[in-house]
Design a protein around this ligand. Sequence first.
Ligand code: ACO
Length: 428
Amino acid sequence: MPNTVQIVVDGKTLTYPLVEGTEGERGVDISKLRAESGLITLDQGYGNTGSCQSAITYIDGDKGILRYRGIPIEEFGKNADFIEVSWLLIFGRLPKKDELLRFRSRLTANAHLHEAMKHTFEGFPITAPPMAITSAMINTLGCFHPEFFSLKDEEVLEEAAARLISKIRTIAAFTYRRVNGLPYVYANPKLRYCANLLHMMFSMPYDDLVVDQEIETAMNLIFILHADHEQNCSTSTVRMVGSSKANLFASCAAGVCALWGPLHGGANVEVLEMLEQIHSGGLTAEKYIEIAKQKASGVRLMGFGHRVYKNYDPRAKMLQSVCEKLLKKLKVKDPLLDIARKLEELALKDQYFIDRKLYPNVDFYSGIIMRAIGIPTNMFTVMFAIGRLPGWIAHWKEQHDDPTSKIARPRQIYVGPVNKHYVPTEQR
Ligand code: ACO
């Protein structure tokens, strides 16, 4: 039968529909498999499991393709800004002029946090990990806006999205100020999204930071390039939590927690740690590359290679040129950046990396750019969360709008003890 897959179980042939995406990706719909055969599928890490059908982002890792709502990521490189890309991801098309203006006004109007939230920041020790504060504060934000716990229509969703996208920036800046014992600086409505973030992070009450255009451009691009990457760990978490009809704030707070892990959002931190290790350990870039090529060393060249991209990560390509321009413009003298440049140069012409299709990934350059801007390493993943938030909102909305969506409830193969008995304490 065309467009079906047959599975033989205990001699019985079962037929399941093939589902084909708009880019020709194919999957087998096995939702009736258990009912018809008693079998479930086992796929640890869900590496081969499609959890939904989605129209938001398309990735072809072999060809190095990434598209948001059908538009190649490269086309956002020149003129697009993070706010219009956010709207595109959430609502499925590029906003018209008046729609973009309205969304921007909503962001500006929502930049401030409720003053009571300042006390919540004060409750954290200054040693608190910034991602813990960020996640907790997004959930706290929900408490101040319970009217958004149920989102009746797109108008209300747009307002909720604007609040979250605007306020996560203030939360990030206040988190930085809190862990550094600095006075909070309020948003300036005259500044654009990225400049306002840097203003709240680095201005002083008596001295306003003037943000260099090149820096604003680099931050804007970092956010755009992180805005969505289909069913990654944090996005799947947002969908998993949202599938129980948990509200948008709670679902995104959970996304921050998933992103916190070193295997996900923490990779650009590891790039910087590697550079520091090389520097303080007196190693040369050449020596480190040699060590990274020896499997037994257990050392890898951080920021190189990708699970999905077996070609140049298109995001890394775009960040590379911005990174070069920025470093030139800022005339930064930083031994770590010199080491990074050397590592990149050596690895790109080394046969080991060429044969294994190991190219710089987005984390390699984003870490270097953020360091050059002056963002401390412990805030890198928070910056990633700001960038990824529109993607989380888009996925939460897509699932929320889908009448066929169900609560996520995977199954398991039980491998524990079989039918034991309770033993009272004195008899154990
Ligand atoms: N340095 C040195 N060797 C590497 C590296 C690296 N960064 N990455 C992979 N290899 C080698 C492996 O040792 C293996 O060699 P072999 O064929 O001789 O056994 C081969 O390349 C394939 O490696 P896998 O681990 O199978 O590749 P996979 O695609 O599963 O891994 C991963 C991708 C985990 C990202 C890996 O490349 C890596 O560890 N990179 C460094 C960490 C990093 O930068 N992570 C961020 C990823 S981007 C993101 O998450 C947003």
